[in-house]
Design a protein around this ligand. Structure first.
Ligand SMILES: O=C(O)CCC(=O)C(=O)O
Ligand SMILES: [Fe+2]
Length: 466
């Protein structure tokens, strides 16, 4: 068995430097904590809520800075039972979520998250990785009031995205006396706990409330409340254009992305790095909604020109919505003069992973053309995109997934474009297509394209490397 040439170590100093620089780029992009939380000092009147009670003519007033047990029981009694979303339906299931909820039409909160500085406080963290001079700000829209009495909880879930530009959620926890009800968050295999009750009682600042904001793709749960009442307001967070946003606040100062930027500049200045050009590739660390792809009927497709058929823009909305370290890739790349694009990575191999190629496409594969089975599908995949080199990192990864490997015998001759995977491909954001697979019987086969970020690097001596 001989190893494929691409993973034979080359002892030249240049190659070592490339590995070290790729490593600093990778480390600088390491996943940040996907939430932010703390205590926010407010004015006494910010803790006041007016709410309707069925059958009563006038609203009631509750001061959540000084609420008695009786006041809180009154608020809890005015709530409906909280539901949660399953397959676009609201479901009531007390084994999954036990809490009271009040719709926007039934209450008015004095708290103004923009004026009180809370949106500013979370923006620096939630917009981390976005371009400091960028034109995006956060808008918080009040969504609901919840009351978690004794034994209330909400099991692990992700919040339903409301609209294309929703980036996360903000939860405000009022300083009512309670224990338990910590929020646990999970992302990328790591978990965090934010115990707002403990935070509030540990800090003797008053009046103050506790807040936590997290990205939409973060799984979270509210642990059982042991005593007292945990009263919250939840807000949906949208990423909006600074110039068109109503009443927004511009995020504070630039956050330096300098480590990533200098590693990238050093790579580009190195003549041995992608000498003939290629791609820097980054797996997405967050999840994004993928647009739905209507497949044009065959007759209409015949008369479309190539340019009209070009589906590159279909992935454009994902690029605009990038969060956290994904956004940082785009920002840092732009600073050094590299444009990034979201593309789909298809693999034209069989289950052994070792054969076949990595293929980059600007849109989902047109599987409706595939009628002759699996090999025809592989052809179709290779025709519709750019075949890229595996590179050392990805070859090792595929080999690990397969659990074994053998000599690589390419199925066809190609001219693969060199690529360096800075961070591993993920399966958070993928497009799924079906095709008709012929075996003993015709059946439906499935093929996935995983979205990732790609920066096209010019050949040494050209463009920004000139
Ligand atoms: O109350 C919290 O901390 C989180 C509530 C929540 O996850 C939700 O309402 O979707
Ligand atoms: Fe939630």
């Amino acid at each position: 068995m001989s190893q494929p040439s691409e993973i034979i170590p080359n002892s030249s100093v240049e190659v070592k430097t490339i590995a070290a620089d790729l490593n600093s780029l990778r480390e600088s992009l390491e996943e940040q904590v996907p939430y932010t939380g703390g205590i926010h000092v407010v004015k006494p009147e910010d803790l006041v809520i007016y709410y309707d009670v069925d059958g009563e003519m006038y609203p009631r007033r509750i001061d959540l800075g000084n609420a008695t047990e009786e006041d809180l029981l009154g608020l809890a009694a005015a709530c409906d039972q909280a539901t949660f979303g399953v397959n676009q339906k609201d479901v009531l299931d007390e084994s999954y979520r036990k809490a009271g909820k009040m719709e926007l039409s039934k209450f008015a909160a004095r708290l103004d998250v923009v004026a009180s500085g809370l949106v500013d406080a979370i923006s620096a963290d939630i917009l981390e990785g976005q371009d400091a001079d960028g034109d995006k700000i956060l808008r918080a829209e009040l969504y609901k009031l919840n009351v978690y009495g004794p034994d209330s909880f909400f099991k692990a879930h992700k919040d339903t995205p409301r609209g294309e530009t929703m980036i996360g959620s903000l939860v405000i926890i009022f300083p009512t006396s309670h224990t338990g009800g910590a929020l646990t968050l999970e992302h990328g295999g790591k978990t965090w706990t934010f115990d707002s009750a403990a935070e509030l009682s540990a800090r003797a600042v008053s009046p103050a409330l506790s807040y936590v904001a997290f990205y939409s793709d973060v799984t979270h749960a509210v642990e059982r409340v042991q005593t007292g009442h945990r009263v919250t307001l939840t807000y949906n967070l949208f990423l909006v254009d600074k110039y068109t946003a109503r009443g927004g606040v511009i995020r504070p100062g630039p956050s330096p992305e300098s480590a990533a930027e200098s590693a990238l500049r050093k790579l580009l200045a190195n003549p041995a790095f992608l000498p003939g050009g290629g791609f820097l590739a980054y797996g997405l660390s967050h999840q994004y909604p993928m647009p739905q792809y209507p497949i044009p009927p065959p007759k209409q497709r015949k008369i479309l020109t190539d340019a009209q058929q070009k589906p590159a823009s279909q992935l454009g909305p994902v690029l605009r919505l990038l969060k956290g370290s994904d956004a940082r890739v785009r920002t840092v790349s732009a600073r050094v003069g590299l444009a990034t694009q979201v593309k789909l990575l298809y693999h034209s191999g069989t289950n052994s992973h070792e054969d076949g190629h990595d293929v980059l496409a600007d849109g989902p594969i047109h599987t409706e053309d595939v009628h002759a089975g699996f090999m025809d599908l592989l052809d179709e995949i290779e025709k519709m995109g750019v075949v890229i080199e595996r590179g050392e990192e990805r070859t090792l990864e595929l080999r690990e997934q397969a659990g074994w490997w053998h000599d690589e015998v390419p199925r066809r001759v190609h001219d693969p474009v060199p690529v360096h995977w800075v961070t591993k491909i993920t399966e958070h954001t993928r497009v799924h297509s079906t095709y008709i697979a012929y075996g003993n019987d015709a059946s439906i086969g499935h093929v996935y394209g995983n979205a990732a970020l790609f920066a096209q690097v010019p050949a040494f001596g050209q463009g920004i490397r000139g």
